[in-house]
Design a protein around this ligand. Structure first.
Ligand SMILES: *[C@@H]1O[C@H](CO)[C@@H](O)[C@H](O)[C@H]1NC(C)=O
Ligand SMILES: *[C@@H]1O[C@H](CO)[C@@H](O)[C@H](O)[C@H]1NC(C)=O
Length: 361
């Protein structure tokens, strides 16, 4: 009998465990973090507080269910933080992390006029993040810095309510100092980089659709940071300021190696269809001399599409002579005549022997 009860209790514990711990009130957060299956359901996170899911138990599953909301306060965030190993972070169908960023947006970017919290930060290893829906981040939305062996998929970021510059600096995905990270099947409507990496290796982006923002950027955080083996493929960039953006900083050191953009469709790009420049951050940008910065094994393959008018440039390359090594280039971007640039846009540093139609008039 005793053993029957014991096994019954055991079964109940297993069943209880598999049903998960429902986190519906913020006060439950510490209890929830002792569990290995956390269901975050219609949670309201108080103003100025992080939904702090750091140091979760190894192997924890976190589900976001329903609408997660946040109180208003001027602060830097993050609104949600997750750290740990071997985690599964899952957005259940119909989930929404709604930051209601319109309460902060003032058209002045991340840190002017009003402090705005960053939205979501994960520092995870050997983990999966899938199915999350983000709405109206106050500034940068999704950051996975120092992530290793992580698969991110089916994530939506929607800051469409902030178009026309209102929600400026709402970066979509940022991945820095990361290794072996995949982002796939995701969508961003925002007002800054759609995806950006400034440091890291073995990064794959595929089937990403970007609308409204500043393009897909591979760049450098400087301070010697390297970006190696990054592939962006089978993706679509619509109505962005820039399409493909390879940017290294003015007066900044580091290196880019093995960077590939393959099968990218550009639609109605405003300023640069493809830009590879070494003077990001120069006060006279796009003027200002590029700083020497090695960019080796850059492949632009089957990048095609149009500018939204003659003002923008289909392609612009502006790197210090000698920076570019072993580039391959096959693109067809049309519609731009570089008319918006005064003085006239020039190109510099294209490797000898490469035919790149640059700054066409
Ligand atoms: C990269 O990460 C995936 C999990 O996303 C893992 O299966 C794979 O083994 C990792 N590759 C390396 C070389 O560590
Ligand atoms: C460039 O690519 C070639 C193969 O195409 C490879 O052998 C070489 O190591 C790469 N160089 C860098 C700096 O990644």
């Amino acid at each position: 009998m005793v053993s029957h009860i014991a096994s019954l209790v055991g079964i109940l514990l297993i069943v209880g465990g598999s049903l998960g711990y429902e986190l519906t009130r913020f006060e439950q957060l510490n209890d929830a973090k002792q569990q290995n299956f956390i269901k975050i359901k219609n949670l309201n996170v108080p103003a100025g507080k992080t939904l702090d899911l750091s140091n979760l138990k190894e192997g924890t599953t976190v589900e976001f269910i329903g609408r997660t909301t946040f109180g208003f306060q001027e602060w830097d965030g993050p609104m949600v933080k997750i750290t740990g190993k071997n985690l599964k972070i899952v957005g259940v169908k119909g989930n929404l992390l709604d930051a209601e960023g319109q309460r902060w947006w003032n058209g002045k970017g991340a840190d002017r006029g009003l402090r705005k919290p960053r939205m979501f930060e994960a520092i995870v290893d050997d983990s999966v993040i899938t199915g999350l829906n983000f709405k109206n981040p106050p500034q940068a939305c999704f950051v996975c810095n120092w992530c290793h062996n992580v698969k991110i998929s089916w994530v939506n970021i929607d800051a469409k309510d902030g178009r026309n510059g209102l929600a400026f600096n709402t970066d979509g995905f940022g991945v820095g100092y990361a290794k072996n990270v995949t982002l796939s099947d995701s969508y961003v409507y925002n007002q800054d980089d759609c995806f950006v990496t400034g440091a890291g290796e073995d990064i794959l982006v595929e089937r990403l659709t970007c609308e409204g923002g500043n393009g897909i950027s591979v760049g450098s955080l400087g301070g010697g940071a390297k970006v190696e083996r990054v592939t962006v493929r089978n993706s679509k960039i619509i109505n962005n300021l820039v399409g493909v953006n390879v940017k290294t900083g003015w007066n900044v050191q580091g290196a880019l190696k093995d960077i590939t953009f393959d099968n990218i469709e550009l639609v109605d790009i405003q300023q640069f269809g493809i830009s590879v420049h070494g003077n990001e951050g120069h006060p006279n940008f796009p003027g200002g001399d590029p700083t020497p910065f090695p960019i080796e094994n850059l492949t632009i393959n089957n990048v095609r599409g149009n500018l939204n008018g003659p003002g923008g440039a289909n392609t612009w390359v502006w790197v210090a002579p000698g920076s570019a090594k072993n580039w391959k280039w096959n693109s067809k971007v049309t519609g731009g005549k570089s008319a918006m640039f005064r003085p006239r846009l020039e190109c510099k540093g294209i490797p000898a022997g490469l035919q790149i139609p640059c700054a066409e008039r």
